[in-house]
Write a protein that binds this ligand. Structure first.
Ligand code: DC
Length: 230
């Protein structure tokens, strides 16, 4: 393994800008980007397709045992079918949040996530990356932002014809409550995570802050600029 291939985790609530920042950071580092929310969303799509309710543990156990989930770059495949374009539907967001509270789902995805992240060279985005899935990660971040700011960002993403700002805020509060108060892997910063509030700073500035924490760990480069000495 390349000794500079670090494992970087980015956790935080919905709409804090994790996806934008994680992709930018992975691009800067030349690392793979692992979107673990997409895995929970894929399970939700599978559950919806099979008519399995989020509180039907037997059904979810069957579904997880037969789950043929494959990632190809940023595309997500279920039993060979590309379901990427269905992952962001509002009902899938709520169902993903509900199924993510079920132990069998978390356990199934735990193995898939570890298999991808263990070798390093990965920026892993989610809710429990630094706390549960990769407690040994080299660098951990927790990205936060105010509910209003997060709702405004989602509102802009939906564009015309999307839900109202109030509806989006309500959705965010509901998902925050689900994600933070569940018994299993609740959303919280790892003790050794650097917490960054993105409410008032741009994604590029967030990435710069992250890079200044990461660069000293790569080849002893403490300057964050200029060519590496060799
Ligand atoms: O990041 P996202 O909005 O795409 O995540 C979808 C849902 O999956 C979210 O409600 C919380 C859940 N999730 C989780 O429990 N653990 C993760 N590591 C990633 C997502």
């Amino acid at each position: 393994m390349d000794h500079t291939a670090l494992l970087v985790t980015i956790d935080g609530p919905a709409g804090a800008g994790k996806t934008t920042v994680s992709k930018m950071l992975a691009g800067r580092l030349g690392y793979r980007y692992l979107d673990t929310g997409a895995l929970y969303r894929a399970v939700a799509v599978a559950a919806q397709g099979d008519g399995v309710a989020a509180d039907d543990d037997q059904g979810l156990t069957r579904l997880c045992a037969a789950l043929a989930l494959r990632l190809d770059g940023e595309r997500v495949f279920l039993s060979g079918e590309d379901v990427t374009d269905r992952l962001r539907a509002p009902e899938i967001s709520l169902l993903a949040s509900a199924v993510s509270a079920r132990p069998v789902v978390r356990q199934t995805l735990f193995g898939i996530q570890r298999a991808i992240g263990q070798a390093g060279g990965v920026v892993a985005e989610g809710r429990d990356m630094g706390t549960v899935v990769f407690p040994e990660a080299d660098v951990k971040f927790f990205l936060d932002a105010s509910v209003r700011q997060r709702a405004l960002r989602r509102f802009a993403q939906y564009g015309d014809g999307g839900p109202s700002l109030e509806t989006i805020e309500q959705d965010i509060r509901r998902r925050d409550a689900n994600d933070s108060h569940r018994d299993l892997a609740p959303l919280k910063p790892a003790a050794d995570a650097l917490i960054i509030d993105s409410s008032r700073i741009s994604a590029a500035d967030v990435v710069d802050r992250m890079m200044s924490r990461i660069l000293p760990l790569i080849d002893g480069d403490t300057t964050g600029s200029g060519p590496r000495p060799d």
